[in-house]
Design a protein around this ligand. Structure first.
Ligand code: GLN
Length: 536
């Protein structure tokens, strides 16, 4: 069959959940037996979000191949249960870098390089690459930002051209808009949607479908009005009221017959009947009253929960499977240093120290690790959280507070965490960490091996520093188990403590491989440990 393309654009305002919508549509199609991939086109000029502050951009999501990507890729992978690759997140920075490199090589044979066709061709090339590299039969393409943004224009122009390239029967344009609610009159307004569709039309794209987001119930009359003014069939207007739970959205879209409409418009014959039992069960479980556990998440970007999106989701997946309700207590690590927020750590049944960079808040995280170790509170360290756990334990074992990572104190007496040798010569910050999937050999009988139930795993990484092997024997003798190592034994990938209900840290980021229907084994083991040690 021809590859089919679905293009998602946004109108009116951003942050209305376009990424989750794309992910949910992907699920509708997977349920019908199709191979789906999703691509995010990000109009910003950074090459990737790897160098951006989480405050600006939320979490940096890492793929198997080591690409540092937008957090929407996390939604795509979780909802559709697929593994994406680096072309699935394309930015203006990448497109221009490639075109300029070709120009310098002389590939354009003296031509004048222009936005149309050179930039748009490069964008289209990257869209086609998704199908070629992932084998997808249907490629969903989401454009970041909203229609009318200056930097988004080359992307929208490329999408416009795509219909001519691949044909009407192989392309579908979906516009996601927002309907504001006017409190004084108690009504939802369609005018911004009309304007945004007009803007889209002015660049030559007529949407085939409109997904109207709102915080309030949308009646049929409103959908009919949008259909009339925006020139789409009434059944092509899908109202999408903000859902209580993210994982409910695919079911809501299915009930709105969105999946049927899309396959019909793309001239596809569904290969199987969608089976939503697992998802319905997930949502039912979310709604059910369950015993509660509290988890303190000690980080330095906690004001912005998006900075820990995958960790948050991974905790939820595990909690659902174990049958408990998780409440995350967001603890600011710098506040802990100032003696504030400790009561939240004390209130928690478990502690997570997630990934991070830079010195701010490190001592607060060490404090949290110490509290967990001394009070037998389950602790799960993710990347930096593992390094912190090792530093805290080494301070205790060596009876010396001058133990550190050289990331925070280059002249520390005991650099238990140090730069990896292949990181020493690097001057570029972008894309130069140890990134992506690496194998890890598990030590039989360890907490980690018991959780995974296999001997070797592959997990996603994003770090420059590692455990310094000179300290291995000493910490081992004191009760630390290096339960996960690189197959050559050189790199410590997992450390855990004996004589503790659950104190484990991973140099990798397990949160990126957790799926709603397949919780990550280590998160599950952590949540189970919380349940069996819970105070009240
Ligand atoms: N800053 C640490 C390092 O580079 C940890 C990175 C992380 O937590 N992702 O090794």
């Amino acid at each position: 069959m021809d590859t089919k393309y679905i293009f998602l654009t946004g109108g009116v305002v951003s942050s209305v959940g376009k990424g989750v919508t794309a992910a949910a549509i992907g699920r509708l199609l997977k349920e019908r037996g199709f191979q789906v991939s999703i691509q995010k086109l990000d109009p910003y000029i950074n090459v990737d979000p790897g160098t951006m502050s989480p405050y600006q951009h939320g979490e940096v999501y890492v793929l198997d191949d080591g690409a540092e990507t937008d957090l929407d890729l996390g939604h795509y992978e979780r909802f559709v249960d697929i593994s994406l690759n680096k072309v699935c997140n394309t930015t203006t920075g990448q497109v221009y870098a490639e075109v300029i490199a070709k120009e310098r090589r002389g590939d354009y044979l003296g031509g004048t390089i222009q936005v149309i066709p050179h930039i748009t061709n490069e964008i289209k090339h990257r869209i086609h690459m998704v199908a070629r590299t992932t084998g997808a039969e249907i490629v969903l393409v989401e454009v970041g930002g909203t229609v009318g943004d200056m930097e988004g224009q080359p992307f929208l122009e490329a999408l416009r051209q795509m219909r001519g390239d691949v044909g009407v029967e192989n392309s579908l344009y979906i516009h996601v808009t927002w309907m504001p609610y006017i409190g004084a009159t108690g009504e939802l307004k369609t005018k911004p949607t009309q304007h945004s569709v007009r803007e889209l039309r002015s660049i030559g794209i007529s949407p085939d479908m409109i997904l109207a987001r709102s915080d309030h119930p949308v009646d049929q009359e409103l959908c009919d009005k949008i259909a009339l003014f925006c020139d789409v069939e009434p059944r092509a207007v899908v109202p999408m009221v903000t859902a209580e739970f993210l994982y409910e959205i695919p079911i809501l879209l299915e009930n709105a017959q969105m999946g049927d409409f899309i396959v019909e418009r793309l001239h596809l014959e569904p290969r199987q009947k969608p089976d939503w039992r697992v998802w319905e069960n997930l949502v039912r479980e979310m709604r059910r009253e369950k015993p509660k556990i509290k988890i303190a998440l000690v980080g330095k970007y906690v004001e912005l929960h998006d900075a820990y999106m995958s960790v948050r989701e991974a905790v939820r997946h595990a909690a659902l499977e174990v049958g408990v309700d998780d409440e995350v207590l967001w603890v600011h690590s710098s506040e802990l240093e100032k003696g504030r927020g400790l009561e939240l750590v004390q209130e928690a049944d478990g502690i997570i120290v997630p990934g991070g960079f830079g010195e701010r808040g490190i001592e607060g995280k060490i404090l949290a690790a110490r509290y967990a170790r001394e009070n037998n509170i389950p602790y799960f360290g993710l990347c930096l959280g593992m390094q912190v756990m090792v530093m805290e334990f080494a301070r205790y074992v060596l009876q010396d507070d001058d133990v550190n990572s050289t990331e925070f104190d280059p002249s520390t007496r005991h650099p238990v965490i140090d730069l990896m040798p292949d990181q020493r010569q690097l001057s570029d910050m972008g894309g130069t960490m140890r990134l992506g999937l690496y194998p890890c050999q598990l030590q039989p009988g360890s907490v980690a091996a018991n959780a995974y139930q296999v001997e070797q795993v592959n997990e996603r990484h994003r770090h420059r520093f590692e455990f310094k092997n000179a300290y291995r024997a000493q910490l081992q003798d004191a009760g630390m188990v290096f339960s996960g190592l690189s197959p050559d034994g050189r790199l410590v990938e997992i450390a855990e403590l004996k004589e503790h209900p659950f104190m484990l840290g991973t140099q990798f980021h397990p949160e990126f491989l957790s799926r709603p229907t397949r919780p990550h084994p280590l998160f599950k083991a952590f949540v189970s440990a919380i349940v069996s040690t819970q105070k009240s």
